[in-house]
Design a protein around this ligand. Structure first.
Ligand SMILES: *Cc1c(COP(=O)(O)O)cnc(C)c1O
Length: 470
């Protein structure tokens, strides 16, 4: 399988070539040249497979430059009961009205990002060793992504992580989760500023190409194709659990931010998995809901981006969205480049033609949004009626799933985090503390390892320079 860019660069690249890269050189995102088609016989064969074997089958369709035995070993090391808590890895819990929740958040950081990031850690370590290279991952986080990256990369050979977070501004649980890591290759940099300062510093360091090359700086952002590919697997795993045969349609409801998770659902659907609808759920930051209702994609300014109680969905633009639009436009790279390379940067967005927008339905997409009051009510209702405790992001997904439910079609809501990470909203909804998985009871009391730095580019560069030798 070779990969191309959504903006027209068709230099053929293999999976291992794009694994360690971010954007394509022309500013586009990487996608496979085509989507391998999965027929009924293949689905029937995959239905009974353990999760790691299913992952190996799906990845093998997209990866032909890592020997099969090596890929198999990497996948089997990743998806284990030890890391994800159960043999099923992503068990389904049925609620009512044909609605079920697919558990994706039982990895080390209690959010679905572990599903992809844990695999990425193994893939990066493997590929860097093969090339005799090192990588210094630089990132900014306000919570989920940074901790998932650190838990995936801890102790990995050839990799260091420098993760910037706003000093004192993450939730107590998130701080404890990240700062308690004692691994020598993990560097927590608490920046005296807000999240935007952290992000600006990362951008400034990455824009210094000389520094970037000299110190082998890379990222693990949400546009990485390998992350997306790893997420395709749980759509298949959820489908098999919700159905008995391979022609029954299922819908998925996905709490969305940067459009990575639901884009993986789009890929699964393009491969032939019988997905009827992909329900895109947003919170008050409704860039995506607005697009799916109107055909207008309008990036928000920071002043228009709200801080909500489902903070991992607080986005101003959706970084993976270009992938879907490229497919929607019949893979017209020139039109995609005009929209995302010209209209978005100069006019803050675009409106599709009526004919283009009409195709959204063929791709199965519908959408909805949820407010703070609605997610609190959904958390309370789900607890009272089912004794199932869900987190605020999953609640956004469930709220919108109910609005789009169709009789006879099961809807699977993707659980994107556990309630333990968002204690304040759980207290508000239920008047009690969230459940906490065993083993994490004393998390806040563990010794912490982090360095406070001023919000200055030179301070961060200096820190990297003095910690890359070891
Ligand atoms: C990252 C994240 C999301 C959004 O996922 P995208 O792939 O960016 O759409 C939703 N919920 C939680 C808890 C997350 O961490």
């Amino acid at each position: 399988m070779k990969y191309l860019s959504t903006r027209g660069d068709t230099t053929p690249r293999g999976f291992a070539d794009i694994l360690l890269e971010g954007l394509a050189p022309d500013g586009g995102l990487y996608l496979p040249m085509h989507y391998p088609q999965v027929d009924g016989a293949t689905l029937a064969r995959w239905r009974g497979l353990p999760y790691a074997e299913l992952a190996f089958e799906i990845l093998s369709l997209y990866v032909d430059d890592i020997p099969a035995a090596d890929l198999h070993a990497l996948v089997r090391k990743t998806y284990t009961r030890e890391v994800f808590g159960t043999d099923a890895i992503v068990p389904l819990r049925r609620l009512d009205d044909g609605i079920a929740i697919e558990a994706l958040s039982n990895g080390p950081t209690l959010a679905f990002k572990d599903m992809a990031m844990q695999l990425l850690g193994h893939l990066f370590e493997y590929e860097l060793a093969r090339r005799g290279q090192q990588l210094n991952i630089l990132g900014a986080t306000s919570g989920d992504t940074g901790s998932a990256a650190e838990y995936a990369m801890r102790g990995k050979r050839g990799i260091r992580v420098f993760m910037l977070s706003p000093h004192g501004r993450m939730s107590p649980f998130q701080q404890a989760q990240m700062f308690s890591l004692q691994d020598g290759n993990i560097h927590n940099l608490a920046i005296e500023g807000v999240f935007d300062d952290c992000q600006d510093i990362v951008k400034a360091v990455s824009a210094d190409l000389e520094f970037k090359r000299r110190w082998s700086i890379g990222t693990v952002n949400s546009i990485n194709w390998a992350r997306l590919l790893a997420q395709v697997v749980y759509y298949f795993a959820g489908y098999f659990q919700a159905t008995r045969s391979d022609d029954e349609p299922v819908s998925f409801a996905v709490p969305s931010g940067n459009f990575g998770n639901i884009c993986a659902g789009h890929v699964a659907r393009m491969m032939g998995l019988p997905i009827r609808r992909l329900v895109c759920a947003t919170n008050e930051n409704d860039v995506l809901d607005e697009f799916f209702r109107t055909g207008t994609y309008r990036v928000r300014a920071s002043a228009e981006t709200f801080e909500t109680s489902s903070p991992s969905m607080d986005i101003s633009k959706a970084s993976n969205f270009e992938r879907f639009v490229f497919d929607l436009l019949g893979r017209d790279a020139a039109r995609t480049a005009a929209l995302f390379g010209v209209e978005v940067p100069t006019r803050g967005g675009f409106t599709l033609t009526a004919a283009e927008f009409a195709r959204v339905r063929e791709f199965g997409f519908v959408s909805g949004r949820s407010t703070h009051a609605e997610r609190v009510a959904t958390i309370r209702d789900t607890w009272q009626r089912h004794r199932v405790m869900i987190d605020p992001h999953t609640a956004d997904g469930l709220k919108v799933a109910r609005e789009h439910r169709e009789p006879g079609v099961p809807t699977i809501v993707l659980e994107t985090a556990l309630p333990a990470k968002f204690a304040a909203t759980i207290r508000e909804a239920l008047g009690r503390e969230p459940e906490r998985p065993p083993g994490l009871e004393g998390l806040e009391a563990l010794p912490r390892r982090f360095t406070v730095l001023p919000a200055r580019v030179d301070a961060v560069k200096h820190y990297i320079e003095t910690h890359c030798g070891a």
